[in-house]
Design a protein around this ligand. Sequence first.
Ligand code: HEM
Length: 477
Amino acid sequence: MVPWCSGLAYVPVKDEIAGSNPVGTAGREFESAGVQFLRNESGPCWWSPAPRRSRLRESCLMDRLVRTRPRIVRDGDVSLFFTPGFYVDPYAAYNKIRAEPVRWVPELAAWVLTGHAEVAAALVDPRISRGSGPREGDLLTRVLSRMMLFTDPPDHTRLRALANRAFTPRRVEALRPRIAAVVGELLGGVEEGVWDLVEGLAYPLPVIVISEILSLPDRDRASFKRWSDDVIAFAASDDPNVREAALHSVGELAEYLGDLLGGLRARPDASFMSGLVQAEEEGSRLTGEELLAMAILILMNGHETTTYAIGNGMLALLRHPDQLRRLQRHASLTPPAVEEILRFDGSVQMRGVKARDDLSLGSAHIAAGDQIWLAIGATGRDPREFPKPDTFDVTRSPNRHLQFGRGPHFCIGAALARVEIELALGGVLARFRSIELGTRQIEWHEIPVFRGPKSVPLVVRHATVHAAKDRRLAEGR
Ligand code: HEM
């Protein structure tokens, strides 16, 4: 997955600085600038509640001192956000601050937007930037900065126009029979008993679909995933070893895709990748590095979010058996049920962006350079937009959730994700007559921006076997 954040305020301090004296000489420099040092069970950390416009986080000294992997803050200790409790139930945290839909949260050193209207406005506001970081440097830097998710106009406009030409609704609709067939294959071999929905369907389905879209041969999928994971790991870390691995992998990826793309240039076909290679907009084409960036972005965004949405959807249905029964009785309700799943417990919770200029949102005045978290997950439960927001209703209408964003960066894979979630959940409901949750406790991924269960063990009984048995019983045989 591509981490959609551009920095966290709360980070662990390297041991040589922290040691027995958590502040130390270098630490005192920061302390005098208003940065506070805390200690929790997992060691000393710093955070910067006061100097929200301080440049400390960008200073080279700070770069030397900190590892930038986010530290999980413990419940009741410092923050409502990104705690173990937050990952289990983010909605409780959102509700605590909902009365102020645009709020400065000191421990994140960022604004958090929870209101539907406010997030919708921010998503389309040109004064809010997705782009950051240098555009030139080694191959890795260049690839990350060329992903359209991290660019602003005019680069974004050009990249998006080219991608749109390849990612047409017709191409996505044409994938429907193939997606149905993959669902059928994945469910075909499932025995009665305990079955993990994530391992058996929610994970492999989007991976297979996106790999086919990108024309990645089966045999190379594992390598491609490893290379991409290395690149993505770097986006969330400054660790030199992680960087080294990412740089190496991006080189291998470039070589691999160079061959693939060269082949498609010589012999175009009907595939998405071929569409990307051919795409031309006002005389402009994707450069080699832009193609590479696009392929990695689509591979990453194209599977984890959908995997999580399928898991969240099944959990929502099992926890609302009346709605599950409605869906089992009326398969035609599956499309609105997918929208309700996305609204009620979406896989995208947060999007990290930055103010490019000073701007006012509601009564809040946001300064250029301020970090902003768009709590997209919170907007689905905003009572100003959705009556009875905590009620899960598969027939809800209207349902203008923001799970796929809004405006120029609106998710390019929304139609594809909708088809995959619909066919996956529809397939499970059609195949099994009885579905129960096989655990009392779900473990959640602890990723600040996304929400999804690590596994969803189900106890399943087949529709066909039991229907046949029931028929025999009814007929007295
Ligand atoms: C349930 C599944 C999904 C959710 C909830 C989701 C959500 C989102 C959101 C909220 C954005 C906008 C981010 C912003 O405004 O900065 C976005 C952008 C994007 N998504 Fe998705 N997505 C999903 C599935 C997919 C799939 C299957 C693909 C692959 C084809 C995909 C590819 C992309 C790309 C390439 C962008 C960047 C678009 C741009 O910057 O113009 N997504 N997605």
